[in-house]
Design a protein around this ligand. Structure first.
Ligand code: SF4
Ligand code: SF4
Length: 286
């Protein structure tokens, strides 16, 4: 696959369908998005990606495998190596330049940098389906993937959407320790440990606890039978950072880390977290 993507699919750039819009609107209206006010903004763009690139006709969705075997030290697996935004921006940037050079038109790369519904478009372009746990599931490969998109003004034949679904499984709903997931696939993000450890500022709610999570949560992802035999990633940048692991280990055991917070988190997604919130998540008084 181009630039190391595990799966790639194409969809027509067009308005998002009414059902997907109403699901998102309900989630916002019910205040299940916690303090993530950005989820309320750019509704028009989120519902029509053509507003992101003048003349966009095609959306290329690409899934990159981040699965490396490593110990779980409370950091979600996708965040243990180099920040995927850096990795995918590079790779999709090169792919977009190659598309323009070979086929003409203009492109725009999106890696969580624009309000585009990435799982929706990945499903539309046949890459996978959206599970009850809200992850994109690639049939036969699971959901240990990060997604990026290339908007393109050129026209290409779209792939068939992926029409699979979870059926009656519900393992993720049963295993979520804070009852954030519901059987209809809606998620009370304000309770979700991924949100609480990464996005939530201030004190943590009394009724949830963090269940050992420090940055992100993989519990519903690990519960999913589709991930039982997930393929390993060949992308070296996603290999877990030993510096980060030993830094967190030292903090947990009350020892002095051998490197600074800045050095330990450099180039990882944990740069999004100020030190005082990392300490909060570890239960260490600042
Ligand atoms: S990420 Fe964790 S807390 Fe959030 S829904 Fe999944 S299992 Fe629950
Ligand atoms: S655990 Fe079951 S219900 Fe949840 S996402 Fe996976 S297949 Fe779907």
């Amino acid at each position: 696959m181009a630039e190391g993507a595990y799966a790639v699919g194409l969809a027509h750039a067009e308005a998002v369908d009414a059902e997907a819009i109403s699901i998102h609107d309900r989630w916002i209206a019910d205040r299940r998005h916690g303090s993530m006010e950005f989820a309320e903004r750019y509704r028009d763009i989120r519902n029509d990606p053509r507003l992101l690139l003048d003349g966009a006709r095609t959306i290329v969705s690409a899934a990159f495998n981040y699965h490396h075997v490593s110990a779980d030290y409370g950091v979600a697996e996708y965040a243990r190596g180099t920040d995927y935004h850096i990795v995918l921006r590079d790779r999709l940037g090169r792919a977009a330049a190659a598309i323009e050079a070979a086929l003409g038109g203009t492109t725009r790369v999106c890696v969580d940098s624009a309000p585009i519904r990435e799982r929706y478009w990945a499903q539309k372009s046949g890459v996978g389906f959206i599970g009850i746990n809200n992850h994109l599931i690639i049939p036969g490969a699971g959901s240990r993937f990060v997604l990026g998109e290339i908007l393109w003004t050129g026209e290409a034949r779209p792939d068939e959407p992926c029409l699979l679904s979870c059926g009656k499984c519900m393992e993720c709903v049963k295993r979520c320790p804070v009852a954030a997931l519901r059987p209809d696939g809606s998620c009370d993000t304000s309770r979700c440990l991924s949100y609480l450890t990464i996005e939530h500022r201030g004190d943590l709610p009394d009724d949830t606890g963090l269940h050992g999570r420090v940055f992100g949560c993989d519990i519903c992802l690990n519960a999913c039978p589709h991930n039982a035999a997930a393929p390993l990633s060949g992308i070296e940048e996603f290999a877990p950072s030993p510096t980060l692991a030993s830094y967190l280990d030292a903090l947990r055991h009350g020892a002095a880390p051998s490197v600074s917070f800045r050095a330990a988190t450099r180039s990882t997604a944990l740069t999004r977290l100020p030190l005082h919130r990392l300490l909060r998540n570890l239960g260490i008084k600042g």
